[in-house]
Design a protein around this ligand. Structure first.
Ligand SMILES: [Zn+2]
Length: 211
């Protein structure tokens, strides 16, 4: 299943300075009145690391049981504080989201509607938009949830010739497996490293191992 990790929390602040002191240029009030800013100034404010306790430093996961939630709360607090400043125009809390597969740990990827309709890229005729592509476990889970027949429900047919389609590389307990289809037949080969498996997948894509 798709797992989402959020990190790189930050607060984007757009500043509209009116006086030099709004930019930290203090002590000029008797001589200066305004600052002219050609466009919006946006700065990125990073929250203090959860593990930075001031008197000691440790990893975030040691300092917090809910790293994601604590960073979000810290940024919200920071944003609320910044919104009260007169020179602050706009404040947004943002983060980076990464999606990975809970089964294999690879980056989460799904078939698009076009890919699901294309025999070259889909797994079989039961593939639909949104089907994961990373590993057998994720595909099986997706299909079970939606009542879609599992991969392999259709018998092999025809000769194992023609172009290789639905080429997948996935981790196994003992290495990396390359899977593909050719002429309705499912094929696979297990290699030791991901690099070897990816190289082999390219070889298959280019027409290698065709008999
Ligand atoms: Zn997976």
């Amino acid at each position: 299943m798709k797992q989402t990790y959020r990190d790189e929390w930050r607060v984007l602040v757009t500043i509209k300075p009116r006086r030099p002191a709004d930019l930290g240029l203090t002590g000029l009030d008797e001589l200066a009145e305004f600052v002219a800013v050609p466009g919006p100034i946006t700065v990125v404010v990073l929250p203090r690391r959860l593990g930075n306790l001031g008197f000691a430093s440790m990893s975030d996961s040691l300092a917090s049981r809910d790293v994601e939630g604590d960073y979000r709360r810290r940024c919200d607090e920071l944003a609320a504080e910044l919104r009260q400043r007169p020179q602050v125009d706009e404040v947004t809390v943002t983060c980076t989201e990464t999606h990975t597969c809970s089964h294999c740990g690879l980056r989460w990827e799904e078939l698009t509607a076009d890919e699901a309709a294309d025999p070259e890229s889909r797994l079989d005729e039961h593939s639909v938009e949104g089907e994961p592509v990373c590993c057998e476990a994720a595909i099986a889970e997706f299909r079970t949830e939606r009542g879609i027949p599992p991969e392999g429900a259709v018998e092999d047919s025809g000769e194992a010739t023609g172009p290789a389609t639905a080429i997948r590389v996935e981790p196994t307990d003992s290495g990396w497996r390359v899977r593909w289809r050719r002429g309705g037949r499912r094929r696979s080969k297990t290699l030791t490293t991901r690099r070897d498996a990816e190289q082999y997948a390219r070889y298959v894509a280019e027409g290698g191992e065709s008999s």
